[in-house]
Design a protein around this ligand. Structure first.
Ligand SMILES: C[S@@+](CC[C@H](N)C(=O)[O-])C[C@H]1O[C@@H](n2cnc3c(N)ncnc32)[C@H](O)[C@@H]1O
Length: 257
């Protein structure tokens, strides 16, 4: 394991294969999230994927839509090793220690990773440094206030999906409980505040997984604008100049605009 070790990175290190396997069992959920990601990225230019995991989405973006994301940050060795096999150049550090090595990006992406990062505000501040002036921050994640966020927190409380109250609500192949005990889902308003406090202005929201979780793998969904119905939401923000009190111009920290 490299720098940035947390409970979440240990879990993803130990269960790296189980993560991709779960998506294979939930192909329509994967496709819905991929379509949302494509919509949120548009033409992203040079993109850094923070918490890129196994690089599953990046590899599908490339083969299906010709969208290339070749650079990532990922502190879990188990996940990073799979991403590297998929052709991604991975910096094996936590999101809060990457900025001196990664600058000049058009887009910084957090797909499903921000809720696993202990201090997402600090990670968004690092993303601000990694972006060129006017660059975009794209954050996709499960929403705390949605059906999935609520069900996942319930399953984490029970410590198992094997409970009568969950069995009637859970999808056929639910997300492994290992990944539910080391996460802190945020609501869209909470994420928006963290992103804007880090020096961004939120421009758009897009959503998917708008059915109850039990039915979310029945068919793929096209993304829809907004965030009040979807369990997986994209927040798209633009980098703004920081006021002086944010520490612009600190010695040894490169500024990108
Ligand atoms: C749910 S997975 C998402 C992986 C990938 N982006 C995807 O969409 O398939 C969350 C990822 O965040 C990573 N992660 C956890 N803590 C992190 C941190 N401090 N900085 C960067 N990534 C982190 C985990 O190791 C894991 O690979």
């Amino acid at each position: 394991m490299t720098t940035g070790i947390t409970e979440a990175t240990v879990v993803f290190d130990e269960h790296a294969e189980a993560y991709d396997k779960w998506f294979k069992l939930n192909g329509n959920v994967l496709l819905s999230e991929l379509l949302l990601l494509k919509k949120a990225l548009g033409n992203p230019g040079r993109t850094l994927s923070v918490g890129c995991g196994s690089g599953l989405f990046e590899s599908m973006l490339k083969t299906r839509f010709g969208i290339e994301i070749n650079e990532g940050v990922e502190p879990s060795d188990g996940m990073a090793a799979i991403a590297e096999k998929r052709g991604i150049k991975v910096l094996r550090v936590g999101a809060d220690s990457a900025s001196k090595a990664v600058i000049g990006f058009d887009t910084v992406l957090f797909n499903g990773s921000s809720s696993y990062i202990e201090n997402p505000g600090a990670a968004f501040a690092e993303a601000h440094k990694a972006l060129r002036g006017g660059g975009r921050l794209v954050v996709l994640d499960v929403t705390a206030e949605g059906g999935y966020g609520t069900l996942y927190d319930l399953a984490a409380q029970f410590g198992t999906w094997d409970h009568p109250k969950l069995k009637i609500r859970a999808p056929k192949n639910p997300y492994p409980t290992e990944f539910l005990s080391c996460v802190c889902w945020k609501s869209v308003p909470e994420k928006t505040a963290l992103i804007e406090n880090a020096g961004f202005r939120v421009k758009e929201y897009w959503q998917t997984l708008t059915t109850h979780p039990l039915y979310s793998n029945d068919a793929p969904q096209e993304p829809a604008p907004g965030y009040t119905k979807g369990d997986y939401v994209a927040v798209i923000a633009v980098k703004e100049p920081l006021p002086p009190q944010h520490g612009q111009g600190l010695p040894g920290v490169e500024q990108s605009g």
